[in-house]
Design a protein. Structure first.
Length: 481
């Protein structure tokens, strides 16, 4: 993932003599903050060239951050500073904003930050506040959680979602208002007919297809379960051609993330699109390492949006699944559907050679008459954060569901898979919330997530976007902003 570009402005007293007396001290706080961020290797810091002490400096430095294209701005306070300087600088410096008060008890830096923060609230300029020593790991973790969220929201602006097809099988939850997406998130929606996949797939070079086919056969070996009917070498090649067709269409139209309706037109008459779904979301494909590109099964727009936010926060592949079945005996949900489980989850590795030996290509089941390979595996165990953006009466809210993926012994894993659809990928998820409570309030058949605890980052995203959220389970909270 490319480095997050953040701005850093440090503020001072508006009296020249006081500013000059405190300048070196302010620079020390300024430079320590910058060094801590850059030391992670995750940030490109555009730091102020001057400590902000005068309105002209505030305008100049704010405009410089704007011209540099920063994705969030840190407002740094170690001494008393004139509050209006913050308001002037943030007329230009891009948000979201983090206001940071350093520990410097001989000087009223906290007073300066609170005075500026009150002014920001009075003009409805959204921000988050953190207090402490930037050298303290716990304090820096708070800064990092905010910056991941802030940059994720900023990166949505100007993106294009490729909508292949339209509403799948009557799912209202899969279709969003393009005007609302542009207004609330800055995303454009490009509609593409699914026939383009069929037409363009016939134009893919044969050598390219054969290379990918050979690579898959080498990687999966006997785990490609040809049956001569629903899964044949030619059907697998058709799926590969479809993948490359989408790749070219997305490149030509500058599409950043996308979804494919597939059912029933493609799945009845052409092939399933599971190869597109899985390998788009993966950190590699047949041609080597790459950045994951979010692809949502059933053209689920809100699912894709949730996944895109997760990707920008974590840099990792994101799960797409159905909430398929609750296993009462072992208290887990089987998150299972034919589609966009990236093969990454099979081995929890960004190397294809670690994951693909754990993957099976099964012939598709009766729902999909056209056939093709279903990309099946079991998700590796580990703590995960599941989530979903959805709408209530037209207003977005986010369900945040801390959980853990589990696995059993091999025989039991396969027995649990047989209880639903053996041919489809499975993530056995133990939620931190009773099944009855979750099922009574969760508003979609689809769910998404990444390994790790990203609860605080998702809460920050909701606060930045001014949308409601609910954290399920041990962190349980009512809908709130």
């Amino acid at each position: 993932m490319r480095k997050r570009k953040v701005g850093l402005l440090t503020f001072s007293d508006g009296r020249k003599f006081a500013h000059e007396m405190q300048r070196e001290m302010n620079l020390d706080f300024h430079n320590r903050f910058r060094a801590r961020l850059e030391g992670t290797g995750e940030y490109e810091v555009v730091a102020g060239e001057e400590i902000v002490w005068h309105p002209e400096v505030a305008k100049r430095e704010g405009r410089r951050l704007l011209a540099a294209g920063v994705e969030a701005t840190i407002l740094n306070y170690a001494v008393w500073c004139f509050p209006h300087l913050t308001l002037i600088a943030t007329e230009f410096a891009p948000g979201p904003y983090l206001m940071f008060s350093n520990i410097n008890p001989r000087y009223p830096g906290m007073v300066g930050m609170l005075a500026a923060a009150g002014g920001m609230d009075q003009v409805a300029r959204n921000h988050t506040r953190v207090y402490g020593d930037i050298g303290d790991d716990a304090v820096f973790a708070k800064v990092q959680r905010f910056l991941r969220a802030a940059v994720a929201v900023s990166r949505l602006k100007g993106e294009t979602f490729g909508l292949y097809g339209g509403r799948p099988m009557g799912m209202y939850t899969a279709v969003a208002d393009a005007d609302q997406w542009k207004r609330d998130f800055g995303i454009d929606v490009e509609h593409i007919d699914q026939y383009e996949i069929i037409r363009r797939s016939e134009l893919v070079e044969k050598d390219r297809v054969e290379h990918a086919f050979s690579w898959l056969e080498k990687m999966l070996g006997a785990n490609i379960h040809y049956d001569g009917k629903k899964l044949t070498p030619e059907l697998l090649r058709r799926q590969i051609r479809s993948y490359y067709a989408c790749l070219e269409i997305n490149r030509e139209k500058s599409i950043d993330f996308f979804g494919i309706k597939a059912q029933p037109e493609l799945t009845d008459n052409f092939t399933t699109e599971d190869i597109i779904d899985a390998f788009s979301n993966d950190p590699y494909d047949f041609d080597g390492p790459k950045e994951p590109v979010v692809c949502a099964t059933e053209a689920d727009m809100d699912g894709a949006l949730t996944m895109e936010l997760f990707k920008h926060v974590t840099g990792d592949p994101v799960l797409f699944a159905d909430v398929r079945h609750y296993d009462q005996e072992d208290d887990f949900f089987d998150l299972c559907n034919s589609g966009a489980h990236a093969t990454f989850f099979a081995g929890r590795s960004k190397r294809a050679e670690d994951n693909l030996p754990r993957v099976h290509f099964w012939p598709e089941i009766f729902y999909f008459p056209a056939g093709g390979a279903s990309v099946m595996h079991f998700a590796q165990p580990g703590a995960v954060t599941l989530a979903r953006l959805t709408r209530h009466n037209g207003r977005y809210w986010m369900a945040i569901v801390p959980a853990g993926f589990v696995l059993f012994d091999d025989a039991k894993n396969w027995a649990k898979a047989e209880a639903t659809s053996k041919e489809w990928p499975h993530a056995f998820a133990c939620l931190e919330v009773p099944a009855d409570e979750f099922l009574a309030t969760y508003d979609s058949n689809h769910i998404h997530g990444c390994y790790g605890d990203w609860t605080e980052e998702l809460i920050h995203i909701c606060r930045i976007l001014k949308i409601e959220y609910r954290v399920y389970g041990n962190h349980s909270a009512a809908l709130t902003v």
